[in-house]
Design a protein. Structure first.
Length: 420
């Protein structure tokens, strides 16, 4: 007996009815909310019809829907995209205090000798230019002084011409040797007044400062050129700030900078950008910026950690009011910055933006948003995580080829489209 086989038209008529009058149907989604779609009407394993998704109802990829009751639970807060007259630009960074390299001096000797007296005997002592810091016994210096006195004696006994005679040349040579050995000018003047050769030669401070290193001790033998002290002028110090690569172009020498330190809560130290180092750190992708800070009360110590803000040119004025959003609205992925746009009715969509200057807790938006838009400023990381997950699932489950979609459906939770 012949068996009647239903035609394709009969199968379509018995399947889910396609609604009319609601625009173009993009695809059909699982009625239980599972990540499963179909390009044609079908049923799930429980016999429930897949629901149509219309073009005017479909959300953009990554759009998240949050139930009204969960908005308050998550602490979702939003803010308007607004225009302001001007934006006082600032660059924020961190840095450490360093001693000014241009205000450091090494005290040394140009002749071998032994340290017999230390007038300045401790690290941290303050010294003044011309102050006697130590006294050395040096056979070479003692011999040089005696040679000078002998040359003067010969010139005086022979009544020679001090400008052209041989004894006069010996005096000039002996005097040049004393200066080459860095004998203090006061000691040379004493010899010229008729003084005797001194057994101890003073070591004079070449500049004002504070002793930051003192390797020398009494009785120590020192070689020519060996450091005795290291001095630093602490009236100014350096603050070396680490500025992010994307903000280096906003920084210029001469701009005002401000620093705050944990050691002095409530106090601000003002300085000036002095130099931008010509290299960038490969590990942190930051550039070092040198800032000069006054330190008259010596409150700033080397290696202190500081938070830094650098004033950059204001945005706005003649160029028009800038469009700004709170800094907390930005999800910074390094190469890409995004915000979460509030579409209303609990819907949030990620939106890539192009940012500009920052300041006063706000950031300039140059592209990606319009005035009056509303962006998420609280709980945005939670929504962004769910948005990324949803976009990944949609990319996995949606395929332009009907065959692939059908295969995905059959291999998933539903078997409504399984082949015999």
């Amino acid at each position: 007996m012949p068996v009647a086989i239903p035609s394709a038209q009969g199968q379509a008529a018995s399947g889910p009815k396609i609604p009319d009058g609601k625009g173009k149907i993009l695809y059909y989604r699982n009625p239980m909310g599972l990540p499963d779609t179909s390009p044609i009407p079908k049923k799930d394993g429980m016999g429930m019809d897949y629901l149509p998704v219309y073009a005017d109802e479909a959300d953009a990829p990554g759009t998240v829907r949050v139930a009204a009751g969960k908005l308050q639970t998550l602490g979702v807060r939003t803010a308007l995209v607004e225009e302001i007259p001007t934006l006082a630009g600032t660059v924020r960074a961190t840095g450490t205090i360093a001693l000014d390299e241009r205000r450091q001096v090494v005290v040394t000797t140009r002749a071998e000798g032994w340290v017999e007296t230390l007038t300045v005997a401790a690290t941290g002592d303050a010294v003044h230019r011309g102050q006697v810091m130590a006294r050395l016994y040096s056979p070479d210096l003692l011999t040089a002084e005696k040679e000078y006195l002998l040359a003067r004696s010969l010139a005086s006994d022979r009544h020679a011409d001090m400008g052209h005679g041989q004894p006069a040349d010996l005096v000039a040579a002996a005097l040049s040797r004393l200066r080459a050995l860095d004998v203090p000018a006061e000691e040379i003047a004493r010899l010229q007044r008729g003084g005797d050769a001194a057994r101890q030669i003073p070591v004079i401070a070449p500049a004002d400062g504070v002793v930051i290193d003192k390797p020398v001790v009494v009785g120590m033998r020192v070689a020519a050129g060996e450091p005795l002290y290291r001095l630093a002028d602490l009236s100014n110090v350096w603050l070396v700030a680490e500025v992010a690569e994307r903000e280096v172009g906003l920084v210029r020498p001469g701009q005002a900078a401000h620093a705050t330190l944990a050691a002095y809560p409530g106090r601000r130290f003002d300085g000036v950008v002095d130099f931008i180092y010509p290299t960038l750190s490969r590990e942190t992708r930051t550039a070092r910026v040198r800032i000069i800070l006054p330190n008259r009360d010596r409150a700033l110590l080397a290696d202190m950690f500081a938070s830094v803000t650098i004033d950059t040119p204001s945005i706005g004025g003649d160029s028009g009011p800038p469009l700004v959003i709170p800094e907390s609205a930005v999800l910074d992925g390094g190469a890409r910055q995004t915000v979460l746009l509030d579409l209303g009715d609990g819907r949030f969509q990620p939106r890539a933006v192009h940012l500009g200057a920052r300041g006063d807790g706000k950031v300039e938006v140059r592209d990606g948003l319009r005035k009056g838009d509303r962006v998420v400023v609280g709980a945005n990381f939670l929504i962004d995580a769910e948005s990324n997950l949803k976009a990944a699932l949609e990319a996995f489950t949606t395929d332009p080829s009907p065959t692939s979609k059908s295969g995905m459906s059959n291999g998933g939770m539903s078997n409504g489209g399984a082949k015999p």
